[in-house]
Design a protein around this ligand. Structure first.
Ligand code: JFZ
Length: 402
């Protein structure tokens, strides 16, 4: 269940990378359209190597790449007939989306397309019902024209680049028109569409930079987060997230059967910043070692700061908040497992059944004053302080209601 692909690389790349600041640099700096457009003449990513991106993603256990074909600035990273503000009119003159789609196909990765509703370059792009708008003098609000423009570009995007996995609208229009998603589906049967489009909830939800409450998502869900706190596009002084934070966030989302898009922002020369790549590699190494604990069912331990998942008679105990001591007692489990393994490095952990007093104290009836509990001890808590530990507990069939 859940999304067909579970872990992917989000890529925010455009001429905004030249600012070394943020994908919405134009809005933050109040840059007039004509001036921002000049960045197009400087964009020449001679070190763009999509096979390298694909390798980075695959090594991390990722199964797809979601690429920003057009962000709010309106600059198109693909060959389009409907605006001159596109990659073919840069000194690079090459359709980077085409090259990325071919690299994904070669490497066996699926490809998803991000497409922004706000368009700060298109004369008829203004939408007074929505946010992230940057109209200029002389622009005209004309939703019918905008619809036509989008459909023309979507036809290009969904015909010229092979099979597309998901369509990621960004910034809800707050205008209802189901024909837009129908149009997408007519061009790519089987495509999955997110919930940020033309007033319809699409196929999947997109919680962003957060971990919702709960144990299991009620509908298809793809969470997204960037490697850093500041920006999605390339940011020269990015505040990169810690491994502890990212592994905990990915773990919680995946345990709830959500998929996870981890974003990087390539530099103007086309390379993914080394520190971002290092984060993807490190998180990926963790992900590959613990991923058998996902695509499971939730199991509720009494200690609610732990996340627990199960498959058959195997339980997985996830520790996204870290440990204060080197041991854990796992109520209500009261049987001796066949083995307890720390998936992070494959080591076997020590365990026993211990008798523990119940929190209820002396006034509780005798039978619940003392409880048999599985106790895992001598854990390498300091060694793994900076990543989410995941334990695999193999139980005998039928030994516990799981
Ligand atoms: C949007 C963009 O504005 C941003 O630049 C980036 O592309 C990101 C992936 O998407 O930002 C959002 C969109 C939705 C929410 C928050 C920020 N949201 O639902 O809370």
């Amino acid at each position: 269940m859940g999304m067909p692909h579970k872990f992917g690389m989000f890529v925010h790349w455009g001429i905004y990378s030249l600012t070394g600041y943020h994908e919405q640099a134009r809005w933050r700096f109040f840059t007039p359209r004509a001036e921002y457009r000049k960045l197009m003449n400087e964009f020449n990513p001679v070190k763009f190597d999509p096979d390298e991106w694909v390798r980075l993603a695959k090594d991390a256990g990722m199964e797809y790449i979601c690429f920003t074909t057009k962000h709010h600035d309106g600059f198109c990273m693909f060959d389009t007939k409907y605006t001159d503000f596109n990659i073919m009119n840069t000194p690079y003159h090459r359709d980077v989306l085409k090259e990325l789609s071919e690299a994904c196909a070669r490497g066996g990765l699926a490809l998803s397309l991000y497409y922004s509703n706000p368009d700060w370059d298109y004369k008829y792009g203004f939408n007074s019902h929505s946010s992230h708008q940057m109209p200029e003098k002389g622009d005209v609000e004309d939703i019918e024209k905008l619809k036509e423009f989008q459909k023309n570009q979507i036809r290009e995007l969904l015909t010229n680049y092979g099979k597309i996995y998901t369509f990621f609208w960004d910034i809800p229009m707050n205008i209802y028109d189901p024909s837009m998603n129908e149009f997408i589906r007519s061009l790519q049967p089987g495509i999955l569409i997110d919930d940020r489009g033309w007033g319809d909830k699409g196929d999947f939800s997109t919680p962003e930079r957060c971990v919702p409450d709960g144990h299991k998502f009620e509908r298809l869900t793809e969470a997204c987060q960037s490697v850093g706190e500041q920006s999605w596009g390339y940011c020269a002084d990015e505040d990169y997230f810690t491994n502890r934070y990212l592994t905990a966030s990915i773990d919680r989302i995946r345990a709830m059967d959500g998929s996870y898009l981890l974003n990087v922002g390539p530099m103007p020369d086309g390379r993914i910043p080394e520190r971002s790549a290092e984060i993807v590699r490190r998180v990926g190494k963790w992900y590959n070692s613990v991923k058998e604990a996902f695509d499971t069912e939730p199991y509720l331990l009494e200690n609610r700061s732990l996340v627990c998942t199960k498959r058959g008679s195997t339980l997985y105990v996830h520790i996204p908040d870290g440990l204060n001591s080197r041991g854990l007692t796992l109520k209500p489990i009261d049987v001796l497992p066949k083995s307890v393994t720390l998936l992070n490095d494959g080591r076997k952990l020590k365990y026993a059944i211990t008798t523990r007093p119940e929190d209820k104290g002396w006034s509780a009836p005798d039978n619940i004053l003392r409880r048999q509990t599985l106790h895992i001890f001598d854990m390498p808590a300091d060694e793994f302080a900076d990543e989410t530990m995941v334990l695999r507990i193999k139980l005998d069939e039928g030994k516990i209601e799981v």
